[in-house]
Design a protein. Structure first.
Length: 218
C-alpha cells in the first residue's frame, strides 16, 4: 500500500489556465498563419494580448506565487542558484525558482513583442494589415510585418528551451514541474503559505484586459 504524500497548492487556477491557454493560442496562431486563415490569426493575436495583460495584472494582484515580487530575484540569487543547477541534491523551490522566474518574465515579453509587431504590420496589398498599421508609415508597417514573421523563430527557440528545461528537471533533478501546472498541487516542501487570491479578482482583471484590447483594436 503506497504512502499518501501531503500536498500543498502552489499554482492557483488563473495561473494554470493562463499557462495552458498560452500554449494553445501560440500553436493556433502558428497554424492559422501557415494556412492563411488571417482573420482567425488576428483574433488569436487579440486573445494572446488579453492573456499577457491579464498575467501582468495577476503578477501584481494575484496569489502569492503568481506575483512578480515572489519570483523575480536579483542577480546574486540567480547566480547562486545557477551555480548549483546541475546538482541533483538541490531542493525544490516553492513556486518559480530564480531562473524560471526570469524565464516567465522573458516569455511574457517575447509574446507581447510578437503580438505588438502583428498589430502594426502592413500587408503588401493592405488587405490583411494589423489594426494599428494606419498609425505608422508604410515602410514601418512592412518592417513590422517582416519582423513579426522572423521573430516567431526567436519565440519558438525559447519555447523549445522552456520544454527542455522542464524535462531536465523531471529526468535529471527528479523534480516534477509539469504536474503542479496541471493539478496546482506539489508535495509539501515548505511552511510558506500561498495566499490564494479570490476568483472575483481574476474575473475583474480578465474583463479589464479584454476591454482594453477591445478599445485598442476597434
Amino acid at each position: 500500500m503506497s504512502e499518501q504524500i501531503d500536498k500543498q497548492i502552489v499554482w492557483d487556477l488563473p495561473v494554470r489556465v493562463t499557462h495552458w491557454l498560452l500554449v494553445v493560442l501560440i500553436a493556433f496562431s502558428w497554424w492559422t498563419s501557415e494556412n492563411d486563415l488571417l482573420q482567425w490569426h488576428t483574433w488569436s493575436g487579440y486573445a494572446l494580448l488579453v492573456l499577457i495583460l491579464f498575467r501582468v495584472y495577476w503578477g501584481l494582484f494575484g496569489s502569492t506565487t503568481a506575483r512578480f515580487g515572489h519570483f523575480v530575484r536579483g542577480p546574486k540569487v540567480v547566480w547562486r542558484y545557477t551555480s548549483q543547477l546541475f546538482s541533483q541534491s538541490s531542493k525544490p523551490v516553492f513556486g518559480h525558482n530564480p531562473l524560471a522566474g526570469w524565464s516567465t518574465v522573458l516569455l511574457l515579453g517575447l509574446v507581447l513583442t510578437q503580438v505588438l509587431l502583428g498589430l502594426f504590420s502592413e500587408d503588401v496589398d493592405g488587405l490583411a494589415s494589423g489594426p494599428l498599421s494606419y498609425k505608422v508609415s508604410y515602410d514601418t508597417g512592412r518592417w513590422a510585418a517582416e519582423t513579426h514573421e522572423d521573430f516567431f523563430n526567436v519565440l519558438l527557440a525559447f519555447i523549445t528551451l522552456h520544454i527542455t528545461a522542464a524535462f531536465f528537471y523531471l529526468l535529471y533533478k527528479k523534480i516534477n514541474l509539469i504536474s503542479p501546472m496541471i493539478t496546482g498541487k506539489t508535495p509539501v516542501i515548505t511552511t510558506e503559505t500561498n495566499r490564494i487570491a479570490p476568483l472575483w479578482r481574476a474575473v475583474f482583471g480578465f474583463i479589464l484586459a479584454s476591454l482594453f484590447v477591445w478599445w485598442l483594436v476597434y
